[in-house]
Each structure stands twice: as structure tokens, then as C-alpha cells.
Design a protein around this ligand. Structure first.
Ligand SMILES: [Zn+2]
Length: 226
């Protein structure tokens, strides 16, 4: 007797893939769900001491499917761009470089050692660049946290998207140049230099990741849907 075959029901998720490797050799993983023409990238974290987006990263694929977005959107979820930092609760990677200052933006700061010295010197930044170049997203969302307050920050052609996110989440909109210089940041490079809409989601540092997901879910699905 041959083994009965149980082919899986065709899922829209294609499974986790490794899109890069950290300084210490940890995999940087991404999951793609949906098959629509609109391409969106969600990055679950880039600063290792900001784990508040972790539940959101886990829950988003099922919520995306349940919201009926799979036919109109292809969503790539990059689980964690800085797994070495996350492992020890540090902002930077294993070399102490702030991955979010290591992008080859026009405003890259070669003088600040925490920027890495050279643009895209770090494998974590290169994994993000290669992923963006491969999928060509119309929108990039990145999960962060901020001590003392929470807000939506945007770069590139994303003001209207940020305002819709704000309406659905209650987080206020702040233009990135208004509160802090961010040389070599993901937003500087993809948003300002390359003209891709970038939303930086700054939730209250120390928030319960489950509460963050509950609050952000409607806003995320709204802007991912376009
Ligand atoms: Zn951050």
C-alpha cells in the first residue's frame, strides 16, 4: 500500500526565507504573503532594544489574509533586521553599529563610528537593501519604539499615508526632519533619496507587544491595503 497523499491546501504564504545573515551568523528572515500587484514591506525591528513590534510581526500574516488583502497586495514581512542586537537587547548590531544609520543615503555620516564608517558596511543593512531592490515596494513600514511618547514618522511621498495611519491608530504624525537628524537612516535613503514611501512607527518604549498589535492592527491593514 502506498502512503496516502495529503497535499497541503494552496496557501498564499510561500514560507520563511533567509534574506541575509547577521554579523554573528543569525539568519535574517522574510515571509511573503499575498499575490497582488501592490508591493509592501513591513520590517519588524531594526533596533535590537525595541522589541515592541514582535507580536505585530507574528500576527500580521493571518490578519492580512483575514482582511482579504491577498489578491490585491503582496506583503513581505522582514521579521527582524537586527537579530544580534535583539538577542542581547542592544540598539546596534554585534559591532555596535546602528543599522539605521548605515544606509547609503546622501546624508550618511562617515565621521560617526556608530554609523559604520562606510555606507552599507553592515550585512543587516545590505539584507534590507537587497530585499527592497528585489520586491520594489510602494510602501515600507518599520517598527520602532521611543521613550516617553509615540508617533508616526514619515519620509518620502508618505504624508497622506501617515495621516491615514494616524486616523486609525491615534498616533500623531511627525515629519522626520522635525525632531532629530537621522543621517544614513532607512528613511533618508529609501524615502528621501529614492522616493519610496516610508512610515516609521514609533510606539511607546516598553509597551506590551500584544497591546501594540491591538492598537496598530486597523491602521496597518488600512495602509497596507493602499
Ligand atoms: Zn528605533
Amino acid at each position: 500500500m502506498s502512503e496516502p497523499k495529503h497535499p497541503p491546501a494552496a496557501p498564499s504564504a510561500t514560507g520563511w526565507e533567509t534574506v541575509g545573515t547577521s554579523v554573528q551568523g543569525r539568519p535574517i528572515r522574510a515571509l511573503t504573503v499575498g499575490r497582488g500587484a501592490r508591493k509592501v514591506l513591513f520590517i519588524g525591528g531594526i533596533h535590537g532594544d525595541e522589541p515592541e513590534g514582535s507580536v505585530t510581526t507574528t500576527e500580521l500574516p493571518a490578519a492580512f489574509e483575514a482582511a482579504g488583502l491577498a489578491e490585491s497586495v503582496t506583503l513581505t514581512i522582514l521579521e527582524d533586521a537586527n537579530p544580534d542586537g535583539r538577542a542581547v537587547g542592544a540598539r546596534g548590531n554585534a559591532k555596535g553599529v546602528d543599522v539605521n544609520r548605515n544606509f547609503p543615503a546622501k546624508n550618511f555620516d562617515t565621521a560617526d563610528p556608530s554609523s559604520g564608517g562606510q555606507p552599507a558596511s553592515e550585512p543587516e543593512a545590505r539584507a534590507i537593501i537587497q530585499t527592497v531592490d528585489r520586491i520594489g515596494p510602494a510602501l515600507i513600514l518599520v517598527a520602532h519604539s521611543w521613550a516617553g511618547r509615540q508617533f508616526i514618522n514619515f519620509d518620502g511621498p508618505a504624508r497622506e499615508i501617515a495621516e491615514r495611519f494616524s486616523e486609525a491608530s491615534g498616533l500623531l504624525v511627525e515629519e522626520s526632519s522635525s525632531f532629530a537628524p537621522t543621517p544614513g537612516s532607512l528613511g533618508s535613503y529609501f524615502g528621501r533619496d529614492r522616493g519610496i514611501a516610508v512610515l516609521t512607527i514609533e510606539v511607546l518604549k516598553g509597551s506590551d507587544p500584544r497591546a501594540v498589535w491591538d492598537r496598530l492592527r486597523p491602521a496597518l491593514l488600512r495602509v497596507i491595503g493602499g
